[in-house]
Design a protein around this ligand. Structure first.
Ligand code: SF4
Length: 212
């Protein structure tokens, strides 16, 4: 079971139960971003079996689920290897606000987007970094609180993996004296990915203005 030929971001939000929720925006952005990542429809969120993807669509995008491939689609492999995916999922699952199907879906969507080359909020198709912050606070509160220095989210998540493995990836003794500080901290500015911008255009720019 997969979204019909991967629905557009606009179609997903039009079909959403609650289009204003950060989790809805995140799942829509990651599903709609599958073609840009080269991922097939049935692997639009890595790590989800066909039944789980069906449940996700039913819960978040019910109008779309009714149109989706009822016959089901065999799980396909996502494009490219992403060796840290399982470790990221484990980290996020362990810090979920409450174990639930939704927390599993969001964790896998975040980990899927971590394979991208841009800021995490852009790779998730979110309208702004502020929405990613809201998602992390809502879905992974303890992990979010640990990022009290407001490190860039991908840097922060990968640093957590290093620390769990007791790997010291940094050459400086501390962030305060590190010459590479700009790559780990900073505003994560940029423009939203194309599908978020398109949706924002049709909403009259309300998303970006709301989130600042
Ligand atoms: S600022 Fe430097 S020391 Fe701190 S996490 Fe980044 S690379 Fe490591």
């Amino acid at each position: 079971m997969s979204p019909p030929a991967i629905a557009s971001y606009e179609d997903l939000l039009a079909a959403a139960r609650d289009p204003a929720r950060p989790a809805t925006l995140a799942l829509a952005g990651v599903i709609a971003g599958a073609p840009a990542r080269g991922d097939p429809p049935s692997a639009c969120v890595r790590g989800l079996a066909a039944g789980e993807l069906r449940a996700l669509l039913d819960a978040f995008f019910p109008a779309l689920a009714a149109r989706a491939d009822a016959a089901g689609a065999p799980p396909a492999a996502p494009s490219g290897e992403f060796t840290e995916f399982d470790d990221l999922v484990r980290l996020l699952d362990e810090h979920a606000a409450a174990p639930s199907p939704e927390s599993r879906w969001v964790a896998r969507a975040v980990a899927t987007a971590c394979a991208g080359a841009d800021h995490l909020w852009q790779d998730m198709g979110l309208p702004s970094r502020a929405v990613l912050g809201a998602l992390m606070r809502e879905s992974f509160p303890a992990l979010s609180a640990r990022n009290h220095a407001d490190m860039k989210w991908k840097k922060f998540l990968f640093l957590q993996l290093c620390e769990r493995e007791d790997v010291r990836a940094c050459t400086a003794p501390s962030c305060g004296v590190c010459s590479d500080r700009g790559s780990c901290f900073g505003p994560e500015s940029g423009t939203p990915s194309w599908f978020a911008r398109a949706a924002d255009r049709s909403a009259g720019g309300a998303n970006a203005r709301r989130e600042g």
